[in-house]
Design a binder for this molecule. Structure first.
Ligand code: DGY
Length: 386
């Protein structure tokens, strides 16, 4: 594998490759690059950590670009897909499971398949939502800062009183894969009863919790329960902890606004590891200021990487920089899936039949298919069904 520099910020791998693929950020692991090189790709990787603007992306696309691995921080709009089409692009993959930054309609119009990276983020992201819940409930960040500032002068009965999670009511809004994984961890770990809202019932989750409740009963313990709420309002007003897991679209933009925050318990905990604009962040800052016992744990922000004024000064907020999927296993897995999407389409392979079940792509003998192409049906790409 040969490396040479293309400008200051781009590294070229396998310069003799037949296809030109651009990758707008360095990705973890080695295997993703091997997959692309094995598919005869010349791979141009941007080494800058700064978010690329449209102009920089346009120049990276240039006159010839067969494939792209792009980031959720970039706006892959109709203009860029038109440029990709002109440059002969055959496939785009987001390095993310979410693709709200991609105009899939425009990509489809130009005949460009759009890949994403489902499956490998589920548990990792759910675990971060759990971490935020615990940090918010038990004031871990505040207490850590207190210790580092040398303020600890001895054990005190009222030092850093937090909130007990055990046997409280857990609210989950959006029970897709991540919401479901989070709910299961929280219910099992803290024996919380679940109230959830989604556009449809999640029978699998309901059965799981019912069975777990049954198990607890056989152990002589109080059962846990699972209830499907008729409205978001019902979840907000009843739960002690609410975690948000919807996809971001027009219907979920500012799903949590001032009026809905006002329905929550004064001592509730709100967690968001989905997408920032799901919460009206200005309203949240206001609510946290007026309700010091309210707690929030955030992985995502409305105007990332910015935060709304006042947020970083809140003692009752735990804030981390969109790292819910940041484990080596997940981020390397995402890179493998994104590269596999590109390599498979360039090689004319079909699309894997079950994008939720893609672990086989991480093994030594991956299928000859693209793991996940979100517009496969619209583009009539054949499905691989083993
Ligand atoms: C995604 O993949 O959509 C996540 O937000 C990345 O952490």
């Amino acid at each position: 594998m040969k490396h040479r520099k293309m400008g200051d910020r781009w590294t070229v791998n396998n310069p003799g490759g037949r296809y030109r693929v651009i990758v707008t950020k360095e990705l973890p692991g080695e295997r993703w690059l091997q997959i692309l090189i094995a598919a005869h790709c010349k791979v141009d990787v941007c080494s800058s950590t700064a978010i690329l603007g449209a102009g920089e992306i346009e120049s990276a696309i240039g006159k010839r670009c067969d494939g792209v691995i792009g980031q959720l921080t970039e706006d892959w709009n109709g203009t860029l897909f038109r440029s990709l089409k002109s440059a002969g692009c055959k496939v785009y993959s987001n390095y993310a499971v979410g693709f709200n930054n991609v105009d899939v309609g425009a990509a489809t119009k130009y005949g460009i398949p759009v890949g994403n990276t489902p499956g490998v983020l589920t548990q990792t992201t759910a675990e971060m939502a759990v971490a935020l819940t615990l940090a918010a409930a038990r004031r871990v960040v505040e207490a850590d800062a207190f210790m580092r500032a040398g303020k600890y002068e001895g054990w005190l009965p009222k030092l850093f009183l937090g909130k007990l999670l055990s046997r409280k009511i857990l609210g989950v809004i959006g029970t897709g894969r991540i919401g479901t994984a989070y709910a299961k961890i929280m219910v099992e770990a803290f024996k919380m009863s679940l109230i959830y809202y989604d556009i449809q019932k999640n029978r699998e989750l309901e059965n799981y919790i019912t069975m777990y409740g049954e198990f607890l009963r056989t152990q002589g313990e109080e059962q846990v329960t699972c209830q499907f709420a008729n409205s978001i309002e019902e979840v907000l007003s009843r739960a002690d902890v609410v975690s948000l897991h919807p996809v971001l679209n027009k219907t979920t933009h500012h799903l949590i606004n001032s009026a809905r925050l006002g329905l929550m318990k004064k001592e509730a905990i709100l967690i968001n590891a989905s997408r920032g604009p799901v919460i009206d962040e200005t309203a949240l800052v206001h609510h946290c200021k007026n309700n010091p016992e309210f707690r929030v744990g955030l992985d995502v922000y409305e105007d990332e990487p910015e935060m709304k004024r006042g947020l970083k000064g809140l003692r009752n907020a735990v804030i981390v920089p969109h790292i819910a999927s940041a484990t080596s296993w997940t981020r390397e897995g995402m890179a493998v899936l994104a590269a596999s999407n590109i390599a498979a389409i360039l090689r004319g392979f079909p699309v894997w039949h079950d994008p939720q079940n893609i672990s086989t792509f991480l093994g030594a003998d991956p299928p000859r298919a693209a793991p996940s192409i979100v517009n496969a049906r619209e583009l009539k790409i054949p499905i691989y069904n083993p």
